[in-house]
Design a protein around this ligand. Structure first.
Ligand code: ADP
Ligand code: ZN
Ligand code: ZN
Length: 757
């Protein structure tokens, strides 16, 4: 739809139609009439309220037009302008148009994801404005109307067709956008608001090491759009480089803003603290999903109005409107949490590259273990590779060794050599970390008599045995039923542990295997005099709890730390000299082709926590597959060798980054219904291909997902592959259009560049 639209670019003849992006999947945007009292008040980027069904919705004007193919009597009128909301900058609108085209979703669906609820969902107009007024600072700013007036109407100007971003050539982003041409006038410039915080550095950074200086010089010498890949080993001082680069960029322009993206919320407060010591606190905004609604609204507004100069945030932050965007850093760019896993599946890293390209600014991707996609782009010269191969201050990388677990038949978590190493470390007054990537007490509860296992009624998964976070005082000594519960990590269903086997009535139930809680318990028995702390997602659920653990480790109040993935990232623990990885091969033989890439990254990252303070440090990896080639690279700290080997395999198999993928997923009450829909979809796909033949596209068979049942729904998937990204997106566009007109009891969704297959 909308293809026939033409923009009226004749100044003085006000366009009658506003194209409004709404958080609705049906179309990229919707046409509304501009009433007489709003003539001249609307431009791309202005927030409006519009009628939708029997209610009202908030949307963003993405274009103006004199034409529409909606019949006049069905065309509804824009209700009003949200005068309190800052006009969205053109670079942001461009990112939304690009992202919507790339992920084949609505502009507003993407755009409104990051917008605070106070703005997104209008209660009574008055109340909303007040909520927003409360969220903003005392400065206030000109209303949209006055900003437009100041900009001389703002509707004039070249209204060229939407060009694919330059990044399209940079491989992370696709070629031709498949959404219809979007002629758009430039947004009214944001009227500068009273004092922009100055960002002269408050605390001088450390004198840079030679590698840091070389990297910084390269970055500072760059101009315009570029993707830099900084491959720096753990402890090479990447953060300091980010901060110096930001200082240089912010010093160039008074309205410049920089975006620092980080993977994990647990990391944000620390980094925010670090940044706040370098830049005035009023110049910094932190955006992540753990904020209260009011905090979010305040930070978002400050960013969108250009009042803050440094924005730090997790994946959603990439969708923050930043009128002064001048540079982006994506720290730990390989991290899986940059990928939104449900709803609208987007990759924040890829969007960051697109955003930089559209705003013609540089983006820096930093990691000790870059994603294969980024590594490949750097190898081909599309990204510019920067390297920091040594730890700062001459600190040595830890010595890695494997413990062959095939020698042990016992169920014990730790091999004798690991226990010995922990004991010796503690005796020296140093810290040890025991890493296990499984939370809870035991992964499954079993009946010793009949073999019953605690499966989940809703999912194809086991319910995990958990110790309650805080057992009520009265119940604390009441035995297992009160202290433990069964929790499904997928649907969240929880129940007390049954007093007897639900299948045979036997009362001998026990946990099989171990997670963080059991490991913590076992270590406490083994090392009764040591101070033990645990960090996993259960601990982190309580506000501030993760930070408290991390602080305690830094302050030397913890001797022995047990934790998951959460600990693998970024933390800089100075007195940690031993890391033990309990299950070093988890995922090694997984069906997912990305599993070994992820495992290698995790192991490198975990190992990187050791020996930051030039302590002679060790990493012990327990495994039953010591001969696997992955470990040979790991022991040598050889990222290049590992990445190049994997790339060769992927090239051979036509897998990403050499091939491109889309995954159609369907869910229904029965697996039959889900598969039936996908088979129909496959037939429709074949028809699409017959009409525009392309031997580039491969449609696979529909199969149940590896975890077929989730939350009581059965799920299946159909993979589409192509060596040609452009061909893939062209096909998907036509295919989706055909699928949308199908009626089916199955719910379905298409994911571009699926992270897991
Ligand atoms: P990375 O992110 O590359 O793993 P970090 O940025 O965490 O490394 O830096 C590791 C440690 O080195 C930090 O404690 C940091 O304060 C310190 N550091 C960074 N740059 C310097 C420098 N130029 N001189 C001294 N210490 C530094
Ligand atoms: Zn039983
Ligand atoms: Zn479940």
């Amino acid at each position: 739809m909308n293809v026939k639209l033409k923009v009226n670019s004749v100044f003085g003849d006000p366009p009658a139609i506003a194209q409004v992006a709404l958080d609705v999947p049906i179309a990229p945007w919707f046409d509304y009439r501009i009433g007489r009292d709003l003539q001249g008040c609307l431009a791309p980027g202005v927030w409006v309220r519009v009628p939708w069904a029997s209610g009202q919705r908030v949307g963003i004007v993405v274009g103006l037009s004199s034409q529409t193919d909606i019949e006049p009597d069905r065309l509804r009128e824009v209700t009003g302008v949200l005068e309190q909301a800052p006009i969205a900058p053109e670079n942001w609108l461009a990112l939304l148009r690009f992202g919507a085209g790339y992920y084949h979703r609505g502009v507003g669906e993407l755009g409104l994801l990051a917008v605070p609820r106070t703005l997104r969902s209008p209660p009574a107009p008055k109340a909303r404005q007040n909520a927003f007024a409360r969220a903003r600072s005392a400065w206030g700013r000109p209303s949209a109307r006055r900003a437009l007036a100041a900009a001389g109407g703002g509707l004039e100007g070249p209204s060229g067709a939407y060009e694919p971003p330059a990044a399209a050539a940079a491989s992370t982003v696709p070629t031709a956008p498949t959404s219809p041409t979007v002629p758009i006038a430039p947004a009214a410039p944001i009227v500068p608001i009273a004092p922009t915080p100055q960002v002269s550095s408050r605390q001088d950074g450390l004198p840079l090491g030679a590698d840091q200086q070389r990297v910084l010089d390269a970055l500072v010498g760059g101009d315009g759009f570029a993707v830099w890949l900084l491959h720096g080993v753990t402890g090479s001082g990447k953060t300091e480089v980010y901060l110096r680069w930001f200082e240089a960029i912010l010093a160039r322009r008074a309205d410049a803003q920089v975006l620092l993206m980080v993977p994990e919320i647990a990391l944000t407060p620390q980094l925010a603290g670090l940044v706040a010591r370098r830049f005035p606190p009023e110049a910094v905004a932190v955006l992540h999903s753990n904020l209260t609604e009011a905090e979010r609204a305040r930070a978002w507004l400050a960013a969108a109005e250009g009042r803050v100069r440094v924005v730090i945030g997790t994946r959603l932050a990439v969708l923050t409107p930043l009128p002064g965007l001048a540079a982006i850093v994506v720290d730990e760019e390989h991290d899986a949490s940059y990928r939104q896993q449900d709803g609208l599946h987007y990759s924040a890293r890829d969007l960051a590259v697109a955003a930089a390209s559209l705003a013609k600014v540089p983006v820096l991707l930093g990691s000790a273990t870059p994603s294969l996609e980024s590594w490949h782009a750097a190898r081909r010269g599309k990204y510019r590779l920067l390297r920091m191969p040594k730890r700062i201050g001459g600190g040595a990388l830890p010595t890695l060794s494997l413990i062959d677990m095939r020698a042990f038949r016992t169920r014990a978590a730790l091999a004798p050599a690991a226990i010995e190493a922990i004991g010796a470390t503690l005796a020296r007054g140093e810290q040890a970390l025991v890493f296990i990537n499984r939370r809870g007490y035991a992964p499954v509860l079993t009946c010793e008599a009949c073999g019953w296992l605690s499966d989940c009624p809703n999912c194809s998964a086991w319910r995990v045995l958990h110790q309650r976070a805080q057992a009520p005082a009265a119940a604390r000594n009441a035995g297992p039923p009160a202290r433990y519960q069964l929790v499904c990590h997928h649907c969240g269903v929880d129940a007390p542990v049954p007093p007897a086997c639900p299948s045979c009535g036997n009362i001998g139930l026990s946990g099989l295997g171990r997670g963080t809680q059991r490991l913590e318990e076992e270590l406490a028995e083994r090392f009764p005099d040591s101070r033990i702390a645990r960090l996993d997602r259960d601990v982190a659920r309580r506000r501030g709890a993760a930070q408290a653990v991390i602080t305690a480790v830094h302050e030397g109040e913890v001797d022995l730390l047990v934790g998951t993935q959460m600990l693998a990232k970024g933390h800089d623990f100075r007195r940690l000299s031993l890391v033990v990885v309990v299950d070093g091969d988890a995922g090694l033989y997984s069906a997912d082709f990305r599993a070994s890439e992820r495992l290698f990254a995790t192991l490198m990252q975990v190992a990187g926590r050791a020996g930051r303070d030039a302590l002679a440090s060790r990493v012990l990896v327990q495994t039953r597959f010591p001969d696997h080639p992955l470990f040979a690279c790991l022991l040598r700290h050889d990222y290049d060798g590992f990445a190049d080997t994997l790339l060769a395999e992927r090239r051979e198999a036509g897998m990403p980054p050499f091939g491109h993928q889309a995954l159609l997923r369907a869910e229904a009450a029965t697996i039959g219904e889900a598969l039936e829909f996908l088979r129909l979809a496959r037939d429709i796909g074949e028809q699409c291909l017959a009409e525009t033949p392309s031997d580039e596209i491969v449609l696979f068979d529909a199969v149940p997902m590896s975890m077929a049942r989730l939350k009581g729904r059965e799920r299946a998937q159909l993979l589409v592959e192509s060596r040609d990204r452009r061909a893939l997106h062209g096909f998907v566009e036509a295919w989706l259009a055909a699928l949308r007109s199908q009626r089916s009891r199955a719910r379905w969704q298409l994911e571009i560049d699926p992270a897991e297959i």
